[in-house]
Design a protein around this ligand. Sequence first.
Ligand code: GLP
Length: 263
Amino acid sequence: MRVIIEPTYERLSQWAANYVAKRIIEAKPTAAHPFVLGCPTGSSPLGLYNELIKKYQAGEVSFENVITFNMDEYVHLPEDHPESYHSFMWKNFFSHINIKKENVHILNGNAADLAAECEAYEKAIEKAGGIDLFMGGVGPDGHLAFNEPGSSLASKTRIKTLTTDTIIANSRFFDYDMKLVPKQALTVGIGTVMAAKEVLLVCNGHHKARALQHIVDGEVSHKWTASMLQMHPHAIVVCDEAACDELTVGTYKYYLDKERGNL
Ligand code: GLP
């Protein structure tokens, strides 16, 4: 695992956006061979999306031949609800870049047959040739997408019931009313993320310090599902200083020195 420590959220977002843009440009995607990008929601990737939009506007990167697959979506929240992940993605990213509507994939949490929807999603990822780069955030309890503590580390796309912790955390988007937060979601599995060629996780803020400690310094555990990234051959975690508060001094220094080329 590669760990990038940036001083601020702004710098973290710039680092992540530079990396994603570089990967897309290097792949020289075409309609026949598109670049397949996995997308998260949440507040953490907002800076990264803003930086990618700026790069698109500056003519540095094009999304014409990029296919996206989102990580998750709430169950039974109307697609046009302001807090649906469909709304989030179009508002914060897709409407500002030249992505083709038909290249965007987001799970349908209102499908009549949710299990079939999840199965079809996995097949669509496979048909697209797999995910080249899965971007992600992390919940304060270490969850990746909606793979809550206790999720199978081999899981594929499926329906999950949210934990009370997540419902409380996400209630900030629903007027702090837990009753309004959907209790279930469709989510890619940890196995789905692990199958991506590369994974790039953004983790910022003091409230993520415990999660980061478990992901970087802890053991692989289904209690902190993002810790499975330790088993991925090409996983990068980009974090800010605030999120490093619980890392050991040795770990913190090691990753800083490594990136500075002092090792
Ligand atoms: C939700 C999403 C996750 C996201 C997490 C953290 O639970 N399903 O994909 O990583 O929230 O969100 P935030 O970045 O707002 O802290």
